[in-house]
Design a protein around this ligand. Structure first.
Ligand SMILES: Nc1ncnc2c1ncn2[C@@H]1O[C@H](COP(=O)(O)OP(=O)(O)OP(=O)(O)O)[C@@H](O)[C@H]1O
Length: 307
């Protein structure tokens, strides 16, 4: 009655390591698998194959108290604070939830912690008795970040956490995340479709297309335009493309990202790539190392790969 089930690989053959205190950016167009990768990291999804480790141990092997600690250590901040906050709870009640859930401290201790958290994210204590609808978008996202910090996490996965905010508020929230990263030596995975923004704040950037890793590079390589034609096309498609970056012969992205149910053979990007050659439709490029912590999945770079 429902026909044959088809499987879709939202993310395939993606491998990376996040260091303590590192900010890693994950960029790509809509549908490239960014959120899936974030949810896998949080154990909100289970991988059909492959391994995800935290401090050397498979996420799936965590049990008991270790699992509880893992749930404190890894926190996620989503795009829409309205969906993250319960509209019927006051800000104080929302901020108290993690402490109740993890049975941390007396009511008085919790209150002191909540005041500390508000201070950390730059909100006045007067918001405590307010409801989410009484706060601005930026204030709500600060509350969400405060709640994510409540259990002193080591890793924060921010999935399009500033995408819904106005430009000036966006900058404030990014600065807040950067300050928090320094203060608490947090590792942050910053998921966004906005390459110019990601390269300003991340130490390394992972560029995804149709669920596959296209380029994995330090910030300065990405800032200079990157080496993969997809990274370069993302720059060209960005509204603040910088003419000094020196990749003006590249064309911006045309057409839609193909369906992941029926991805192109060979390099998945070849159908939109301005530099594709015949072999690109036949061979899935492996990741070619071009320098320290810099890998590119593109046949154009096969010859320059550092062996
Ligand atoms: N639960 C699901 N069932 C079926 N397909 C899914 C599911 N979750 C994700 N997908 C598909 O997997 C692909 C990757 O989705 P994902 O949300 O990870 O991409 P994204 O890069 O985060 O996109 P966006 O920026 O739009 O959120 C998409 O084609 C999406 O439709």
């Amino acid at each position: 009655m429902f026909g044959k089930t088809r499987s879709l690989h939202a993310v395939q053959d993606v491998s990376f390591a996040l260091q303590p205190g590192e900010i890693l950016g994950i960029v790509g167009e809509s549908g490239s698998g960014k959120s899936t990768l974030g949810k896998l990291g949080m154990s909100l999804l289970k991988p059909t194959s492959g391994a995800i480790r935290y401090q050397g141990k498979l996420l799936s092997d965590y049990r008991g108290n270790d699992l509880k600690q893992l749930r404190c250590d890894l926190q996620m901040v989503f795009q829409d604070p309205n969906a993250s906050l319960n509209s019927r709870l006051t800000i104080e009640q929302s901020l108290r939830e993690p402490f109740i859930l993890h049975k941390r401290g007396s009511k008085q201790d919790q209150h002191q912690e909540i005041l500390r958290l508000l201070n950390v994210v730059g909100l006045p204590a007067s918001v405590l008795h307010r409801y989410p609808h009484e706060l601005s978008g930026g204030q709500k996202q600060r509350v969400v970040i405060a709640r994510a910090l409540a259990l002193k996490p080591k890793v924060i996965i921010a999935d399009e956490a500033v995408a819904a905010l106005d430009a000036s508020v966006k900058a404030q929230i990014i600065n807040l995340l950067l300050d928090l990263q320094k203060e608490f030596n947090l590792s942050i995975i910053f998921i966004s479709h906005d390459l110019p923004m990601v390269q300003t704040m991340c130490d390394r950037v992972l560029v995804l297309y149709l669920g596959r890793l296209m380029e994995y590079a330090p910030r300065d390589v990405i800032a200079q335009g990157g080496k993969h034609p997809y990274t370069q096309a993302l720059w060209q498609s960005s509204p603040i493309a910088d003419p000094d970056r020196g990749f003006s012969d590249e064309e911006p992205l045309h057409g839609e990202i193909p369906s992941p149910l029926n991805p192109p053979g060979g390099c998945v990007f070849h159908t939109r790539c301005p530099r594709a050659v015949a072999r690109c439709s036949e061979v899935i490029p492996r990741l070619y190392p071009l320098g320290p912590q810099h890998n590119v999945a593109c046949l154009l770079h096969e010859a320059q790969a550092v062996v």
